[in-house]
Write a protein that binds this ligand. Structure first.
Ligand SMILES: [Cu+2]
Length: 483
């Protein structure tokens, strides 16, 4: 819950006696005369996934997900961020075109918020649509840090004058809890269209030969939930026959790919990562890579009590789902497995069109060194793992130029590729040309290739990385510097 001005002042007034906050935070708090539009407090708290599953983790404002932050496009916003933990924190505004000092990435130059300190930031929200905010600290081998915690919440940037062909909105934040490491583990890898590239498989096989030994660590989870509740707990989504519900779905996982299906219903995809798609299309189910967002309208035309849930039986049975209940319907929530359906970004694009020609093409080959860093896999881009010590930029871009990044994945993992402070246009994905699909995260299939274009239109250091926390922490990052 956002802290209002009154409670903030009350809190400040009580400080000299209580002395609960260190000097730095007291000074900072006293200097804040004006009310912020939003206040985010980072602190340890509890998530009651079910009465039997209560997780202790780091949260925003004591809740999971963090409060929905609704912003108006172009209207400057002031946000106070309190770090109530004992370690430095960074809050990243994912998918927004903000300056480097507020974006929330250390690599770009955002100062971290010291333990028990507060920072006031201000920025102009853009672009419109579903964005989110999450921590951007390195977790490494610490499963109590970074996106393994509950530090994530949705942001919705409203456009001026939205017609909105829907009756209401429902925000769904998908997230796993109770992470543990294991040796290896399998990620589903067959949900994307496209074929493996032989040349990339050959590189992968060579690396496997070179980096033999036990499989590098992967992360698994014991508990799953939507909006912080396991399936069957919390309030169902209550609907009426004929209603059109706009679902804003956010995959706030640290590294999992998620799916969602609602038996007997289809999703009309209207936006990907908050950006309206040129060709809205009906699909039987959703696939979302880590940090991806989908906005989809479901026409409620199949009365009953249903499970809106993950396709994976194991994940769904451990909580990844929410009940959708029609008015007047009763009984046990029903689940039926949908037929297999491959995810194809290109189908939401402009047919028979091509993106503008790039000024420059940058090729990036992704390789995995199994177990190379104390048992963790090391990730390299063109043979180089990103160093947090040197933070050396990999590329220099010129403002106004259009860059085509061509990714070649010589590993069997799917990588959710993310570019900070910019959007990109998909050019080719899953072996198919695309145009007009604007995103900030895209899944790159195992041993596949993908291309996207971005225009260098937001000067300042810009971070590119895989959104899999375990991959970005062990090398899968690159910095773009503007001249
Ligand atoms: Cu990755």
């Amino acid at each position: 819950m956002p802290i209002d001005r009154r409670s903030l002042l009350t809190h400040a007034a009580a400080l000299p006696l209580a002395g609960a906050l260190p000097r730095r935070a007291r000074t900072a708090e006293a200097n804040i005369a004006e009310k912020a539009d939003y206040t985010v407090r980072i602190a340890t708290g509890l998530v009651e996934l079910s009465p039997e599953h209560i997780v202790s983790t780091t949260l925003y404002n004591g809740q999971f997900p963090g409060p929905l932050i609704r912003l108006k496009e172009g209207k400057r916003v002031v946000v106070d961020i309190y770090n109530g933990t004992d370690t430095p924190e960074l809050l990243h505004w994912h998918g927004q075109f903000v300056p480097t000092d507020v974006d929330g990435a250390l690599e770009e130059g955002t100062p971290p918020i010291a333990p028990h300190d507060v920072r006031r930031i201000s920025f102009v929200p853009r672009p419109t649509g579903l964005r989110f905010y999450h921590t951007h600290v390195v977790a490494g081998g610490d499963l109590n840090r970074g996106t393994y915690t509950g530090q994530a919440g949705p942001v919705y940037i409203e456009p001026a004058g939205d017609p909105g062909a829907y009756d209401r909105e429902v925000f769904l934040v998908l997230k796993e809890f109770a992470p543990t490491f294991s040796r290896g583990g399998d990620m589903p890898n067959d949900m994307l269209v496209g074929a493996e590239v032989e040349e990339l498989k050959a590189i992968g096989e060579k690396n496997e030969e070179k980096f033999k030994g036990p499989k590098g660590y992967e992360v698994g989870y014991d508990m799953f939930g939507i909006n912080g509740k396991m399936l069957g707990h919390g309030e169902p989504v209550r609907v009426r026959h004929g209603e059109r519900v706009l679902f804003h779905v956010l995959n706030a996982s640290a590294g999992e790919i998620r799916s969602l299906a609602l038996p007997g219903h289809t999703f009309r995809i209207i936006a990907l990562d908050g950006n309206a798609v040129p060709t809205p299309a009906d699909v039987p189910l959703l696939w979302l890579g880590t940090a991806e967002r989908i906005s989809a309208i479901v026409t409620m035309n199949h009365p009953g009590v249903w499970v809106l849930g993950d396709l994976s039986d194991d994940d769904r049975e451990h909580g990844m789902g929410i009940v959708v209940e029609y008015a007047g319907s009763k009984g046990k929530p029903q689940w039926t497995k949908p037929r297999p359906f491959k995810w194809d970004y290109a189908r939401f694009g402009k047919p028979n069109a091509a993106p503008a020609s790039p000024d420059e093409i940058i090729e990036l080959t992704i390789e995995k060194q199994n177990g190379a860093v104390d048992g963790f896999n090391r990730w390299t881009l063109n043979g180089e793992a990103f160093s947090m010590e040197t933070m050396k930029p990999m590329y220099t871009v010129h403002e106004g130029r259009r860059y085509r990044l061509k990714f070649r994945n010589a590993s069997d993992d799917i990588h959710p590729l993310h570019l900070h402070r910019h959007s990109f246009e998909l050019v080719c994905v899953g072996g198919k040309p695309a145009a007009g699909v604007i995103k900030d995260v895209v899944m790159l299939g195992g041993f596949q290739e993908a291309e996207f274009d971005f225009v260098a239109d937001n000067p300042g250091m810009t971070l590119f990385h895989c959104h899999q926390q375990l991959h970005m922490d062990f090398g899968f990052m690159a910095l773009f510097n503007y001249t």
